[in-house]
Write a protein that binds this ligand. Structure first.
Ligand code: SAM
Length: 262
């Protein structure tokens, strides 16, 4: 079957054998259960299979590619022909999964945010090995006091440890994307800050970072009736900017907001 890449589904297929081998060697997956998001024509799937995992599930939205994968791999993989944004990943297996995804760029942050927000007390995965456009990866891993630091870094930092593995050039793909990519490895945090509702973290970071150049005074007054009292309690200088507060401080502020509303 001839494959024509669909731009609307972010189809850039990875063809660089060194990069493919590198991706499947980041963690030991022999005898592990694997979930691959957007396997496309199965290039990465092939490399995963060579490591002898216990089982491979793949989620692919494209009907034609799902048929092609069925032809190519038959019962060696379990194909879920659906939209990853509509799937409950925690229902796929009762084993913890290692997840691989050369994610479609247009929905990559939506997928990651959905997973982080939906994690209850139990993680359904052991590792996430995910590829993003480099500019998005830089925002995910940014530290505070950096201009790229913001909502994505804070949300990720809440429940996950993250490490950059490699940057990948456009010539490793076909068709070639216009931008560089980066591969990130995420692992669950053993203890993460308990909040009542993840949406409050989303809301508060949205208010703060939609005015990232403004002093903290402004978003503080929007979120808290007693802004000065809260700032004093946490020893925060309201003349600083949102990027100067570390992730932990945002978690504390969200908890304070939740406690004050009880
Ligand atoms: N992993 C393959 C590779 O490296 O060669 C292809 C990666 S390509 C960047 C993204 C893949 O995700 C495509 O196969 C595309 O059809 C699929 N995809 C796009 N949107 C999706 C969605 N919402 N749910 C599941 N798969 C999706």
């Amino acid at each position: 079957m001839k494959i024509k890449a669909k731009k609307s589904l972010g189809q850039n297929f990875l063809i660089d054998r060194d990069v493919l081998e590198k991706i499947v060697s980041i963690t030991d997956i022999t005898n592990k259960e694997i979930l691959e998001i957007g396997p496309g024509s199965g290039n990465l799937t092939n490399f995963i299979l060579k490591k002898n995992p216990k089982k491979i599930y793949v989620i692919e939205k494209d009907d034609n590619l799902s048929l092609l994968l069925k032809e190519k791999f038959n019962d060696k993989i379990e194909i879920i022909n659906d939209d990853v944004l509509k799937i409950s990943e925690d229902k796929i297996s009762n084993q913890k999964l290692t997840v691989f995804g050369n994610l479609p760029y247009n929905i990559s942050t939506e997928i990651l945010s959905k997973w982080i927000i939906n994690i209850g007390t139990n993680f359904w995965f052991e590792n996430l090995v995910l590829m993003f456009q480099k500019e998005v990866a830089d925002r995910i891993i940014a530290n505070y006091n950096n201009s790229k630091y913001g909502r994505l870094s804070i949300l990720t930092n809440w429940k996950l440890n993250v490490k950059k593995i490699i940057d990948i050039k456009p010539q490793s793909f076909t068709p070639r994307p216009k931008i560089d990519s980066s591969l990130l490895l995420f692992t669950p945090k053993k203890n993460f800050f308990k909040l009542k509702n993840a949406n409050n973290l989303e809301m508060i970071t949205r208010i703060f970072f939609s005015q990232r150049r403004k002093m903290l005074k402004k978003p503080f007054n929007q979120v808290f009736h007693n802004a000065k009292v809260v700032a004093k309690k946490f020893n925060i200088d309201l003349n600083l900017r949102p990027q100067n507060l570390e992730p932990e401080m945002y978690f504390k502020l969200v908890k304070e907001y939740e406690d004050l509303r009880d």
